[in-house]
Write a protein that binds this ligand. Structure first.
Ligand code: NI
Length: 226
């Protein structure tokens, strides 16, 4: 399941983030790539643990933890702290699948990468190319969202970032280990939760709501790993 989560940051907030990123000192993106993907990766990244990356990452996660769409779709257990990257002057990242397990620097706890997320800090008109291409069960999706918006997609997907041939593309990305490992099960729960939320708004006193909500939790209990 591929999900667009709009407005994680407002246009004003994104502007301030971008101004800070324009002043930052960048490192080669290959430092966090595996052996194979280092050959495919041509971009720049704020080093892991960089103060600005930590500040942006903390603000992102605080927003997302209060975002009903993210919570319902990702059912997050833990995350790998967001990294910030920059593609410019022909920079690209060829097709790859992300490593299954990630260990944050200075942290013993590893994260299984069930879900990937990219939050865009540059507006689509500020650069050419730079689409995130994701191969999903329904074919290839090309994602290029307004600044402040985020896309969430299964960590199992083959994906790439097309070359940026004009301007600069700033973005942040992170991985989430979900309480529910399988994308298909998460997608069912997300659908059901959405339907229950809508019924709760439209017919709040309907007696079946309690049964449906109970069934949601009984399915979740069946599939959850904590
Ligand atoms: Ni990737």
């Amino acid at each position: 399941m591929l999900l667009h989560i709009p407005g994680v940051f407002s246009p004003d907030e994104v502007l301030r983030i971008r101004e800070a990123l324009e002043q930052a000192e960048w490192a080669d993106g290959k430092v966090t790539a595996g052996y194979q993907s280092a050959k495919a990766k041509h971009n720049q990244q704020l080093p892991e643990g960089h103060a600005l990356a930590k500040e942006i990452g903390a603000a992102m996660l605080e927003r997302l933890w209060k975002n009903p769409l993210f919570m319902s779709a990702a059912l997050p257990h833990k995350v790998f702290p967001p990294l910030v990257n920059c593609y410019t002057a022909g920079g690209s990242f060829d097709f790859h699948i992300d490593n299954a397990v990630r260990q944050p620097k200075g942290n013993a706890e590893r994260v299984r990468t069930d879900l990937s997320a990219t939050l865009f800090f540059s507006d689509p008109q500020d650069y050419d190319g730079g689409e995130l291409e994701i191969q999903d069960t329904y074919g290839t999706q090309r994602v290029k969202l307004p600044a402040g918006d985020m896309v969430l997609y299964p960590g199992t997907s083959l994906h790439k970032v097309n070359a940026v041939i004009r301007g600069t593309r700033y973005a942040s990305f992170f991985w989430t280990q979900s309480l529910v490992r399988e994308d298909s099960q998460r997608a069912l729960l997300f659908e059901m939760d959405g339907a229950i939320q809508q019924l709760t708004r439209d017919v709040p006193d309907h007696p079946s709501l309690i049964r449906l909500t109970g069934t949601y939790h009984n399915l979740l209990r069946r599939w959850v790993e904590v």
